[in-house]
Design a binder for this molecule. Structure first.
Ligand SMILES: Cc1ncc(COP(=O)(O)O)c(C=O)c1O
Length: 460
């Protein structure tokens, strides 16, 4: 039941839902923050006055403030009282019940920890690059992208991902999603082989472009490339299958390249999270094995932030002109200011340092997730943990994804089931695709605790 309160200093409406406990107060305050009613930086009443207004013990309010402070929602400043922290949680909108409202805890896949975006470094690189860029850079330019960025990427990708990349074969675009659209436009309708599980938007883009789709099953070694029918293009996520998590084995990589050579076709390599590899020896991109049959796509969406909309295609020589032309028709060129900044960030090795820092942080989170599952929910299986930013948790027998999502929403946790990523007729055992990179650092432990509660409840 909503209770509006007027205090001598500040009015604060807290939803206690009829409960008068510390937990109810914490939930009410989180709701006020995540719904945007309490904006970043907004002051909250003193614990004394809120306790008086709500009829709670002052200690109860102080403890709730303390807990929200530890989780990063609130900030206590000497002399200026308690305020909402500057970067409250925000959850992208979507279609599942969990997505229709913003939840304070989010373990859905697809996003890095955007709170870790290196704002100061990015700004410093922007400042340097923008001040030094020649005037013509601010006019219409090459649709393939700014040459200094393509040069920096060619050298970074060759060094860090094992590509054989030349600046003349690189096209800068706004995300993998645009890259795929450009390939469709440049090649014209084809028949494409897709992994049995993947991003739904990929199917939509291909269908819009009039491409025929066939499905390739995926097992623990990645896509079973030997079972491709009469497709002439194959789309793979070799570094870390999305969402099942397998790494494409060496034999299958060779087989896919042989298939492309034999059919005069192409492999599209979606290297969306290839920088994040934890357990095994670093595994280079397939493109390095045969640059003439692989259309490689990398993106800054996982290493930096999806909002940048910066990605790069490295294409066989013959495809560079038609793909650049498709880019011109799509939107003339990608924004030059972000391109200049990324070029400078790469040039000064800031990008490398940032990726290395994030790799260490995500490995720690991955370890904590594995420990949670093995120690508290042994009936669940966790897979796909050697790389990337997500893992697959298979549910105990008898449990459904709907149950898991509903239990999670009740705990203010957004989760995503595997079924949303399955091609028709390819449904696998019920599972959760857990994006352990998504929460901000301060919310990660809380998110994991809630996931643990959900898995335990499903196991009983
Ligand atoms: C499999 C896969 N590929 C590519 C991307 C990156 O897409 P974009 O570069 O358009 O942000 C994602 C992001 O979630 C992804 O999951």
């Amino acid at each position: 039941m909503p209770i509006p309160w007027a205090t001598s200093g500040l009015d604060l409406h807290v939803e206690l839902a009829g409960r008068r406990s510390r937990r109810a107060l914490e939930e009410g305050l989180r709701e006020a923050i995540t719904s945007g009613r309490l904006a970043a930086g907004a002051p909250v009443p003193s614990s004394r006055s809120l306790a008086r207004d709500l009829g709670l013990a002052r200690n109860t309010v102080a403890e709730a403030y303390g807990q929200l402070g530890a989780e990063g929602w609130l900030e206590a400043r000497q002399g200026s009282g308690t305020r909402v922290a500057p970067t409250p949680q925000s959850v992208p909108s979507g279609t599942s019940p969990a997505r229709s409202r913003r939840l304070p805890y989010d373990l859905r896949p697809g996003s890095p920890d955007v709170a870790s975006f290196p704002r100061r470094e990015w700004l410093a690189a922007s400042r340097r690059a923008w001040l030094e860029a020649p005037d013509p850079d601010f006019g219409y330019g090459d649709p393939a992208g700014l040459l200094p960025l393509r040069q920096q990427l060619a050298s970074y990708l060759s060094r860090a991902r094992g590509l054989r990349a030349e600046p003349g074969h690189i096209v800068i675009c706004s995300g993998f999603t645009q890259a795929l659209g450009l390939v469709c436009a440049a090649l014209g309708p084809h028949r494409i082989a897709l992994e049995s599980h993947g991003l739904p938007v990929v199917r939509a883009i291909l269908a819009d472009a009039g491409w025929a789709i066939e499905t390739v099953p995926v097992d623990e070694h990645g896509a079973a490339v030997g079972s491709v029918g009469d497709a002439t293009v194959m789309l793979l996520t070799p570094a870390h299958q999305f969402p099942l998590g397998a790494v494409l084995g060496a034999r299958r990589r060779r087989a896919a390249l042989e298939w492309a050579r034999g059919t005069a076709g192409f492999v599209i390599e979606d290297d969306y999270d290839g920088e994040f590899r934890y357990d095994r020896e670093p595994l280079g991109a397939m493109q390095g094995m045969d640059p003439e049959v692989v259309i490689y796509v990398g993106t800054a969406s996982k290493t930096l932030a999806p909002a940048l909309r910066l990605a790069w295609l490295v294409v066989p020589a013959a495809l560079a002109p038609p793909i650049a032309q498709a880019k011109r028709r799509a939107d003339t060129q990608s924004g030059v200011l972000e391109q200049l900044t990324l070029a400078e960030y790469l040039r000064t090795n800031g990008y490398d340092r940032h990726v290395r820092r994030r790799r260490t942080a995500y490995r720690r989170r991955r370890d904590a997730l594995v420990q949670l599952v093995t120690e508290t929910a042994p009936k669940c299986r966790i897979e796909g943990i050697s790389a990337g930013l997500h893992a697959l948790i298979t549910l105990p027998s008898g449990a459904t994804e709907e149950q898991a999502l509903a239990l999670a929403v009740r705990r203010d946790l957004a989760l995503q089931g595997l079924a949303t990523f399955s091609a028709e007729g390819q449904e696998a055992a019920p599972g959760l695709v857990v994006g352990y990179a998504s929460p901000a650092e301060h919310a990660f432990v809380g998110a994991l605790d809630r996931l643990g509660e959900v898995l335990r409840e499903l196991s009983t």
